[in-house]
Design a protein around this ligand. Structure first.
Ligand SMILES: [Zn+2]
Ligand SMILES: [Zn+2]
Length: 392
């Protein structure tokens, strides 16, 4: 099906790889995607696509108008890199010390630019308006890049009805679209607990209130929340990932600060866990004579929710791509701020496998040796194209 679209993607596939390599060599951290945004804008303009630059920071939005006053489909790619020192040994490795496209956003940008190029060639046949949404700062968490773009009107004029996006993943083999209806990625809340005790001499713990000892009890309590206080039928992760306290071997400190993450796939459970932590931790600390203050990061990434009806139709479209297979997966406990776009415009986020053992592509995202199988980028591009051309 869609023979000519596929041929047009094939014909552009070397260019997609070339674009990907340029971006890969010039990675930029969250909120600093200036050169990447410039390259995107230039490509869209060359294809005669109307653009808006500086949307919510470094974001770029391109728009193609459909032949009818149909719906508006948003296609989204993130653009930022990570503070990782590249060790792939590729000839087009990062030119920037300590910065690398270790999550594959270089490929995301290239695939979406490829789709924009092909769709621009077919502008007279477009059943929908298509918005190309290039967002900054997905890796940053909290405010992220989607929220500033939404505030800056990325989803309006014309109003975006449905959003689609994909992420390449090292966990899945090449040739696979991994997808799920409903919650596909978790809400990623962060917490910070400050324990205040009473410092003193290490030889006299009875004269002190040791925040390290209290913190230890708090961690046990936190990890018991999942197994003893929450339903066993819904996934939940609580991890303490940093602890800071103390200066010297013989001084009991005054304070301990710990931070961690909570991952949930259900909004009610998410509220319940936060509320449990908020009540249990201070009262437990006080039973040891200490005090504990709990705070949660504002603006945590919400659950990435795939609209079930639309996602089933997406699976139907993707399953028609020769050379690729659609596989239904369990949810992933990572978070993504595409979730914010999906809250505003029902749609689908899906994964795109890039593991290829024969080529030694065996590393996961965020690893210093992670890279994508470029031979498959055209399929990601084709998926964008076909979704944009769908009847929604
Ligand atoms: Zn990513
Ligand atoms: Zn990432």
């Amino acid at each position: 099906m869609n023979g000519s679209l596929r041929e047009d993607v094939e014909a552009y596939s070397n260019k997609i790889i070339e674009i990907r390599r340029i971006i890969h060599q010039n990675p930029e951290l969250s909120y600093h995607e200036f050169e990447t945004a410039k390259l995107i804008a230039e490509h869209l303009e060359m294809d005669g696509i109307e653009i808006r630059k500086g949307v919510g920071g470094t974001g770029v939005v391109g728009i193609l108008y459909g032949k009818n006053k149909g719906k508006t489909i948003g296609l989204r790619a993130d653009m930022d890199a990570l503070p990782v020192q590249e060790q792939t040994g590729l000839p087009f490795s990062s030119k920037k010390e300590g910065v690398m496209h270790a999550c594959g956003h270089d490929s995301h940008v290239a695939m979406l630019l490829g789709a924009a190029h092909v769709l621009a060639q077919h502008r007279d046949e477009l059943p929908n308006n298509v918005k190309f949404i290039f967002q900054p700062a997905e890796e940053d968490g909290g405010e992220g890049g989607a929220l500033p773009m939404i505030r800056d009107g990325a989803l309006e004029n014309p109003h975006v009805d449905h959003i689609f996006g994909l992420h390449i993943v090292g966990e899945a083999p090449v040739g696979i679209f991994a997808i799920k209806t409903g919650a596909i990625m978790a809400a990623s809340d962060s917490f910070k607990i400050t324990v205040t005790g009473k410092g003193g001499h290490g030889s006299l713990p009875d004269q002190s209130i040791d925040p390290i000892y209290v913190g230890n009890q708090l961690i046990s309590a936190l990890y018991g929340i999942r197994s003893r206080y929450m339903t066993q039928t819904k996934p939940l992760v609580i991890s303490v990932c940093s602890i800071h306290s103390g200066k010297k071997d013989n001084i009991i400190p005054d304070k301990l600060v710990m931070e961690g993450t909570i991952r949930t796939l259900d909004e009610d459970l998410r509220k319940e866990v936060k509320s449990k932590i908020g009540t249990m931790i201070p009262s437990l600390a006080s039973s040891f004579g200490a005090s504990a203050e709990v705070s949660f990061m504002e603006n945590a990434y919400p659950i990435t929710y795939n609209d079930p009806d639309i996602t089933k139709r997406v699976m139907g479209i993707l399953s028609k791509i020769d050379g690729m297979k659609v596989v239904e997966i369990e949810a992933v406990m990572g978070g993504e701020d595409v979730s914010r776009f999906l809250q505003k415009a029902p749609g689908t986020y899906y994964f795109f496998g890039t593991r290829n053992d024969q080529k030694g592509l065996i590393y996961f995202n965020h690893n210093s040796r992670f890279t994508s199988d470029e031979d498959y980028l055209k399929f990601g591009t084709l998926s964008h194209v076909l979704l944009a051309m769908g009847e929604w």
